[in-house]
Design a protein around this ligand. Sequence first.
Ligand SMILES: Nc1ncnc2c1ncn2[C@@H]1O[C@H](COP(=O)(O)OP(=O)(O)O)[C@@H](O)[C@H]1O
Ligand SMILES: O=c1ccn([C@@H]2O[C@H](COP(=O)(O)OP(=O)(O)O)[C@@H](O)[C@H]2O)c(=O)[nH]1
Ligand SMILES: [Mg+2]
Length: 239
Amino acid sequence: MWRRVASLSPLISSSKPSSLCSAGYGLKIWVSFSTEAPAPLADGADSQEKTPFITFVLGGPGSGKGTQGVKIAETFGFTHLSAGELLRKEMLSTSEYGAMIHDKMRKGKIVPSEVTVKLLQREMESSNNHKFLIDGFPRTEENRMFFLLMQVGTEPNLVLFFDCPEEEMIKRVLNRNQGRVDDRIDIVKKRLKIFQALTLPVIEYYSKIGKLHTINAVGTVDEIFEKVYPIFESCEAIK
Ligand SMILES: Nc1ncnc2c1ncn2[C@@H]1O[C@H](COP(=O)(O)OP(=O)(O)O)[C@@H](O)[C@H]1O
Ligand SMILES: O=c1ccn([C@@H]2O[C@H](COP(=O)(O)OP(=O)(O)O)[C@@H](O)[C@H]2O)c(=O)[nH]1
Ligand SMILES: [Mg+2]
């Protein structure tokens, strides 16, 4: 398990445009494999320094985030974290948040940022990996800001957007057959509206700061992965 002893350098307010596959951005992670209570580290001595590499995968419901996320994670060694899956797992547990998550999901609404970010953070902090592919998050500007705050300034290195026509997304979601409470036509339409109103501004933000890769999500799974592959293959920071 790695533990995070974060130092924040002036990365958030950098006005320089970042590259499409940026490597470091100031946050360092000191990896420690000890099971004992951590002793203070002297300038990272006796520790292995790792910088997290974070990819966000965004797109409307049914655009293929999960499907491509699995393939990217397998091929390029990422730990795949689906925000929706983490929330569904939490919902089925005895968590104090279970009923609230269920209520939000079945209505197609967004779960409060602190809950989702806490779940993501828990997974990240208990992982030995430093490469994370986070699928279906951030869905709102508030989500984005909350992650930035909780992760002490961790901005993603890469952001993918699976751009898919609404009719295709609706067709895929209604054929998904995973027994989800929100895969119903009325709720999918609501989720699409929320995507337009709240998630598209997040996508635009990443476009503005030069981190966005837009992928046309129409085609077979393999055809789409062929478009995704070169983005990661050309990224030295993940090797
Ligand atoms: N390129 C594709 N063409 C057709 N169906 C797809 C494609 N990619 C994914 N699917 C299917 O569409 C449904 C939604 O995909 P999923 O990966 O769960 O999307 P998301 O996570 O964006 O909601 C799933 O049943 C999946 O098998
Ligand atoms: O960061 C997130 C991710 C998901 N959700 C909730 O979980 C549902 C399903 O999300 P998921 O990403 O699994 O759906 P997908 O887009 O893959 O169909 C969403 O509609 C929201 O209710 C949320 O509130 N915040
Ligand atoms: Mg999904």
